[in-house]
Design a protein around this ligand. Sequence first.
Ligand code: HEC
Length: 107
Amino acid sequence: MSARHWSALMLGGLLFCAEVPASADGPAVQLASPDPVAGIWPEGEGREIARRACHDCHDPIVITASRLTAAQWSARVDAMLAKGAKVGDDEIDVLIDYLAAHFGPTP
Ligand code: HEC
């Protein structure tokens, strides 16, 4: 293939890119989810608490890969609170229920 063909192809590529419409609220090419951590937390009450409070210090896989009972989660959350995790008093039970329900010994 000649150099001329290559430049025609490249020009075609450029035109193709320019033709992809840019949406009003962001770039034309978007991630499957606009929030890359959304997919790792199952739906449920407590999800937002976990996302807000449990990402600061370590990868959330530390949590999502765990299989603990409610009592163990309770102890673990207490330990995280002692380290500085920001969970409100009224959120702690919701969070523990959520963790135990989704990351329990038999999920
Ligand atoms: C202020 C920082 C901080 C925040 C916020 C935090 N953690 Fe941690 N977490 C740590 C540190 C440091 C370790 C590792 C050392 C350790 O286990 O003492 C850890 C380890 C863990 C582990 C695995 C180690 C173990 O002991 O089994 C789990 C599970 C865990 N965290 C859960 C949570 C949950 C759930 C939240 C949200 C409530 C959370 N963490 C928020 C600091 C934090």
